[in-house]
Design a protein around this ligand. Structure first.
Ligand SMILES: [Zn+2]
Length: 461
């Protein structure tokens, strides 16, 4: 990085932090309707900072819920357009008494800023805004075109984002989307997140007699839905952890040998993981490591059960109802609707003639995987290596981030998921914080990323 840029960043260090603290001092809690004015005030502050950075057409755009902040700079003809996504809304601060300093009064301790939203996601999306500001100030123009979409409903499920993307498809046309709303694998070990799991969720209700019965008078002759639901659930997986639903694994994309080698080389200790959770032993599908099971294999888990008498002491009842909630984490290329149909049909086939069953698929979402050899991901890896002095590790996550699938399906752009947070920064919990060293590192990495992405041909799928 040229000395003039380094100097600019040094000179602006305090003012960049002040801008972050300004955002962090606004309680933009999206789930709390009494705070809607604060959410909007935060959107306006984001817009002000986008303008200050040198973006144009900056606008607080209304949706059916909280607004989206948009800004762009399109002065690099022939170069790719990079869409940056982030969210300015935050989780509620409760329980507020567990915070060391007030959640909306950003406080620096030990080089970390403590405030709700510090790492999720104000501190993370802002690195890209500041990178744009620094590049424009120190070299006059950006090496690529950029568009920013900063939403205010991520913490409540982004329900208006997909409609927004559909409605503004032309405005948002881009070649890739950069998202910083995740963590590095470990301190000093930067990572690129290239895979997420999907979901299929079910509720099963079994019913026997018209009401609960005396287990002495009727037991032994009348069906027990509680027992039948246990038997049914037990038949869904075998002892080796394999899911016994016909067709379930048909579209599962197998791990490549290269991926397995990479996961095995990560600094992850299964015994430490077990001890940290305080379980007597780990569980899972035979033939796969813990990281493989969590990142790249589908699951079937019981999420909840309800049946009969659960109060103190004994009550000799023969329940007439039993309910279980079950969900499957899905991996590419499993389709949630197909899996829902397979699971439903199989469970219905297992129901004995002694009880009535209602099997419902509640909701689902698709998994996601990015092609790791895509030029945009390779460019991101180079940018990270230039800043961190080591290449990033490629990791997946066991959870779902539905907006990544939305961007891919609606705008047809590959996602580059680069996090500058850390897993122990208490997101969604008291004392959320972000390491300010990583904030400034993120700004430098983002500048290098825009530079590297300039070399990626525009219009690649
Ligand atoms: Zn977030």
């Amino acid at each position: 990085m040229p000395a003039s840029v380094q100097e600019y960043l040094e000179e602006k260090r305090a003012s960049f932090e002040a801008d972050l603290f300004e955002l962090l001092s606004i309680p933009s809690v999206s789930t709390d309707s009494t705070r809607a004015p604060e959410v909007r005030r935060c959107a306006r502050e984001v817009a002000r900072q986008l303008r200050e950075a040198g973006l144009t057409k900056v606008e607080v755009m209304d949706t059916a819920g909280h607004p989206v902040v948009y800004g762009e700079r399109l002065n690099a003809p022939g170069k790719p357009t990079v869409l940056v996504y982030g969210h300015y809304d935050v989780q509620p601060e409760d329980p507020v008494e567990l915070w060391t300093s007030p959640p909306f009064k950003p406080t620096v301790r030990d080089g970390k800023v403590y405030a709700r939203g510090a790492t999720d996601d104000k501190g993370q999306f802002l690195v890209h805004v500041k990178a744009v500001q620094a590049m424009l100030a120190s070299r006059g123009e950006l090496p690529v075109n950029v568009k920013f979409v900063i939403e205010g409903e991520e913490e409540i499920g982004s329900r208006n984002l997909a409609p927004f993307l559909r409605q503004h498809k032309d405005l948002l046309k881009a070649d890739m989307v950069v998202i910083s709303d995740s963590a590095m694998f470990a301190p000093g070990i930067p990572s690129i997140l290239y895979g997420l799991r999907g979901l299929a969720y079910f509720q099963i209700d079994l019913t026997g007699a018209d009401s609960d019965l005396h287990s002495g008078v009727f037991g032994g002759a009348v069906p027990n839905p509680g027992f039948e639901i246990c038997r049914l659930v037990a038949r869904l997986k075998d002892a080796s952890g394999r899911i016994l639903i016909p067709g379930f694994y048909d579209k599962v994309r197998e791990l490549e040998p290269e991926e397995r080698a990479e996961y095995a080389a990560l600094p992850f200790d299964e015994e430490e993981f077990r001890a940290g959770l305080n379980v007597p032993a780990l569980d899972g599908e035979e033939g796969y490591t813990v990281l493989e099971r969590r990142w790249a294999r589908p699951t079937l888990e019981v999420n909840g059960m309800l049946c009969g008498f659960t109060g103190e002491g004994a009550k000799t009842v023969l329940p007439n109802k039993a309910m279980v909630k079950i969900s499957c984490r899905l991996v590419p290329d499993q389709e949630p609707e197909e899996i829902a149909a397979l699971v439903k049909a199989h469970i219905e086939s297992l129901v004995p003639p002694t009880v009535r069953a209602n099997v419902r698929a509640l909701h689902g979402g698709k998994g996601w995987i990015a092609p790791r050899n895509h030029p945009a991901l390779k460019a991101a890896a180079r940018a990270i290596e230039r800043e961190f002095g080591r290449p990033p590790v490629f990791v997946r996550e066991g959870g779902s981030i539905p907006i990544v699938v939305d961007f891919e399906q609606i705008l047809r752009v590959p996602g580059i998921l680069v996090g500058f947070g850390l897993n122990d920064e208490n997101l969604h919990a008291p004392d959320e914080h972000m390491d300010l060293g990583n904030f400034h590192r993120g700004i430098r990495t983002s500048m290098l990323l825009l530079e590297e992405l300039a070399g990626v041909p525009a219009g690649l799928p």
